[in-house]
Design a protein. Structure first.
Length: 129
């Protein structure tokens, strides 16, 4: 069964936002990364991945796709078969926003939000000891 595995949020200050979720809610850091147009900090509550995004420019294509300023950028649905899910999304008439052959596959869902399809296990969970 598919499940929500990830939520991405555009923020103004990555370090301040990460510190807040770590200190107030006990989320664990699961990594940092960089793409050509944005930086990321990822955290987990043990079940769902929370990725904080900081775009270099609000004019970046994916920054404007979600809307100006801080906001929920997208959420990811983890599926067993990405190709099958992409086909179903297309059949429903949704606009594909990224390369459908390379997960994560972003699309605009009915009503307007950006959603991405990811394979099972894409997002790490907080490790318990």
């Amino acid at each position: 069964m598919a499940r929500i595995a990830h939520i991405a949020v555009k923020v103004e200050d990555l370090n301040q936002a990460a510190e807040f979720y770590e200190n107030v809610f006990g989320f664990a850091s699961t990594g940092k990364s960089r793409s050509p147009d944005r930086s990321r900090r990822s955290l987990s509550d043990g079940e769902i991945n929370l990725t904080l995004l900081r775009y270099d420019s609000e004019d970046a294509a994916m920054a404007t796709a979600a809307g100006q300023g801080p906001c929920i950028h997208h959420f990811a649905i983890e599926v067993e078969d990405v190709e099958k899910s992409v086909a179903q999304v297309r059949e429903f008439g949704c606009e594909i926003l990224s390369d459908p052959r390379k997960p994560p596959v972003k699309f605009r869902a009915p009503g307007g939000p950006i959603v991405e399809i990811v394979p099972q296990g894409r997002y790490p969970k907080r490790q318990t000891v």
